[in-house]
Write a new protein. Sequence first.
Lengths: 309, 389, 520
Amino acid sequence: MGKYFIRRFLGLLPTLFVIITISFFMIRLAPGGPFDEEKAVPQEILVNIEKKYHMDEPIVMQYGRYLLDILRGDLGPSFRYPDHDVNFFIVSSLPTSLLLGSMSMGLALFLGIGSGILCAVRQNTWVDYFFMSIAVMGISIPLFVIGPVLMYFFALKMHWLPTSGWVDSRAGWITVLMPVVTLASYYFAYLARLSRASIIETLRSDYVRTARAKGLSGPVIMFKHVLKGAMLPVVSYLGPAFAAIMTGSVVVEQIFRVPGLGKFFVQSAFNRDYTLIMGTVIVYSIILIIMNFIVDIVYSFLDPRITYK
Amino acid sequence: MTDITPNGITPLPPEKKDIEFTSDSWRPIRESRNVKEGTNEFNQAIEGISLNQEAWRRLKKNKMAIGGLYVIIFYALICLSAPILPIHSYKKIILDHQYLPPSLTKTAGDLVYEKKEFRLKRIAQKQGRNFLNDAEKTQLAELRRTIETETMVIDGKTIKTYERQYFLGTDYHGRDMLSRIIYGGQVSIAIGLVGTFTSVLIGIIIGSISGFLGGKIDYFVMRFVDIMYGLPYILIVIIFMALFGQHILNLFFAIALVSWLNVARVVRGQVISLKNSDFVEAARSIGASSRRIIFKHMVPNTFGIIIVFASLEIPHFIMIEAFLSFLGLGISAPFASWGSLVGDAVEGMALYPWRLFFPSLAMVIFLFSMNFLGDGLRDALDPKSKNRL
Amino acid sequence: MKKILIAFAIFALALMPFGNAFANKGELIITNGAEPQGLDHAQISGVPEHRIFFSLFEGLISANPKDASPLPGVAESWTVSNGGKTYTFKLRKTTWSDGVPITAKTFVDSWLRLLAPETAARYAWFPAMFIKGAEDYNSKKGMKDVVSIRAIDDYTFQMDLVGPLPYVLGALIHYSFGIAPLHVIDKHGKDWTKPGNFVGNGPFVLEKWEPQKQLSAVPNPKYWDKDNVHLERVVYLPTDDNNTAYNMYLNKESDWATVIPLDQLSEAQLSDDYQSGPYLGTYYYVIQNEKKPFDDPRVRKALSMSINRKHIVEKITRKGESPALSMVPPMAGYTPSLGDAENVEKAKQLLADAGFPGGKGFPEFKILYNTNEAHKKIAEYVQQAWNENLGLKVTLMNQEWKTYLNTRRKGDFTVARAGWIGDYQDPNTFLDMFVSGAGMNGGKYSNSGFDNLIKKAASMEAGPARMAALQEAEKLFITDDQSVIPIYGYTSQNMINMNKWGGWYNNTMDWHPTKDIFMK
């Protein structure tokens, strides 16, 4: 087991390395460059800019330079925002994303698994249909609709909440409500559907029948036996989901002006801000790999049949 | 439906360990579970109904699932027969008919007139009058005349422009929402189904092989999945579109390219946990090949979760397409998809709510049906769900 | 889910009585669009940045809020000599916000810094268009002494232009002619724009800058005209989502909305706060002039004449734009040369003359546009117009911004949407990009007569003769060749309550210096 951990952990580095390498070369394939603008920058100026950012060197040299920089912990200057480094953006916006993400995920897990259990136990009753209907709505209505609808209702119509912002001096903590609910709605729906199905599956399995035959009480069976087994598919979905939600959501961040990292994922790609793209890719990959690693560990706890050698 | 309260416990037949396995060991067990109560569960001589018929029989009993099935058939018929349905063109722009609200009875002329009148009254109100001045009245009279006389030619026939009716209202170009929703449905349903099918298929194959074989292969496959997750998706789509052009097939492909990852991870997890179960051991002990074990024995046992996953993937694909349209990488105008219709309508939500409401409704009803059908299928195909229905 | 929402709502109600209690006295909150690229005038290139620049810096010339015309800034007065080619500015005695004096040398050093190849300023081409020797220095053809700017004494600054360019004073308002506190930059390097390090010379000085969250500025106590600065604070909020920005305005969370979503326009226009005026820009379709059969002016004219521009501006864009038949918008002293007005019958005839009666045999082609609601709507309309009026098969192709720019630059399109905002108030800014081989001439227009006229105008002094030359050039470009299809002249769109705020005026540059804005 211990050996497995170490091997897995060391295995993360090559994965990360491959992601960095592929991304580094791939992003330069996209048409247009970081300095293209409506008013074309004349060739002479482009030469100056490319020299400044060492983009006139052969690509392999740029790659080597970039790797060395990363090893020193420097992700380079942003092309789009010359006043700041990529490190600055990540340091300033990742905590916001983590906060938004963990609150949303917490809400989604609590409500999702809760209603999953409820629906599974009361399968095909109105309770089941009710929650599953909400879940289907959560999955089928895009975030870029849910967000504005909430904003329209709670801010413009009822004046209960400010339209947007994030824990600032003007509006305070109340601003987190709408972004968290919006972001949670999708994951809630997913988790509810997944855990319901999985619990129903497990309820029919032999070991649960055995437990029942032994005369254990409902709640004990549910929490000691069923949930443990039923969480497997949920957990394997959670790995990537955690990574995605923790690194922010571009839609929610743009709509509610949340100063998170998610915006940079999409905007840096559109701006061809190579260094910022690489920065976001690296952060996301690290979180993702660690999450998937944790998922695998959790697996072995949930399911004694899985062994790691 | 039984639940897990102690009162609901049904005594189980004692587990029998001494069954003789044939090369098709798993199947008979599965079927044997379909026998009626009272008969020996392990009576191998069971005949009559095949698994599919049995599943179908169970499915028919599930009213929600059958309801869902009918709705889906209805959608499919409507979408497929769109070109011959008596609806307006989805792309014909009539600027005079912009933003008309839905109405079952009123013609475009009535609505345009009402809208104009309302607008003029608002302007008058803003200027502190509660009556229309002469210039405005002339405007209205002129509009009335236009409405009564203007004609246009569609498909060689001359019709009165303002006698057209729009049951679900019109969009910013005066195009018929009903027709756009139907044509948008073609695109969205196709993306949902094709995308789900390909991604689930790839996901099952890769996930199950990786989970079953384990060891180095599993390790490398999972690292490959990690790498695919890590690459910047938006950029992949941008590059893809730039290299191959913005065609709907390319859109399918670009979406499917990364969407199998989740399925693969989930299937792998299931396969790993099934790997050490009795029936796999049994199959292995009688020398079944790996391929046979994976695809005949293990994959069917993960169907329950896969179907649920697939029913989650369909909306997911429709959403990805909507998101890509939102970013301008989706389907190109003047074609529509449900996602693009909804995306277009968000801004004007307060003023033109029907533009948001009807496409969303069409989408939600479809996904509801898919969902209930998926659940029903899962129950019906589930070997353990005998005597439950 | 519903329950939770209700619970949250109650929670929210209990927590604070919200509503419209945001505005401080004299605090102006602006929803500023995209996150600003930065504050260093040598590194920025956009409109949101320009709005901030107006608050934090001032160049030789500042803008009149009423009509965006030049007003004395750091320069108190100026004289023109040498046939309009030499400008001598008398500077006022003023300092940076840290008390360090601003002298003529500050201007020389700042401009040289911006032009230096190592600085790699994106907008260096702009001063290079005006100042003698600037282009040579920027493209490493000469050392810094070739740039013809000099400090005659501490408070006299002189520059030589490449020609008698009468619009240079308006151009000097632009940030690329701004100044930078080099003594601070030497000390802090790139971090000089961080709050705390920041030093400026504008009416306001940076108070707080949290990227993605807000940027705020308070009056600069060292500003020479500080008695005429009225606001207590200016807050710039980055807003990527137009709908949110507009909602913030409706909810009174901001005082000035700089965009209005298209679908909200009809409501917005009924509001007293709606501010709209002509904006110095032209929306047009550029045609690839080298591609067959679009190399035939008759084809291009037919395309132009079969579009109903009035419909487009009244029913689709609806911002009060003026239908345009010329590339150059009307300006003082200049009457644009127009292309042919809409005439479907004549358009059909022209197309038939070019060998495509009823559109038969005409190759299918694409309209390229970048992702944007308004562009999409117009393209859909034009597609139908060309199809129904001329029988042409047209498809639409949208690309995200950078791909679109790349395609357009390479000339890899047939018809593409384009827009041009004037850099200064002169016809030249709308015409000189179409000379043969120019970097921005993606339509590959090439006409030596046009090239000569533009070159000739560049060497002429201000006056009717110069305008006539430009008009002649536009006649070749539009009236004869119809190289592009102008569609409409832009308008600016803002929401601001004029009963509450004064000193804010519509003008053709959409420039609204915060210095002059005050709370009534």
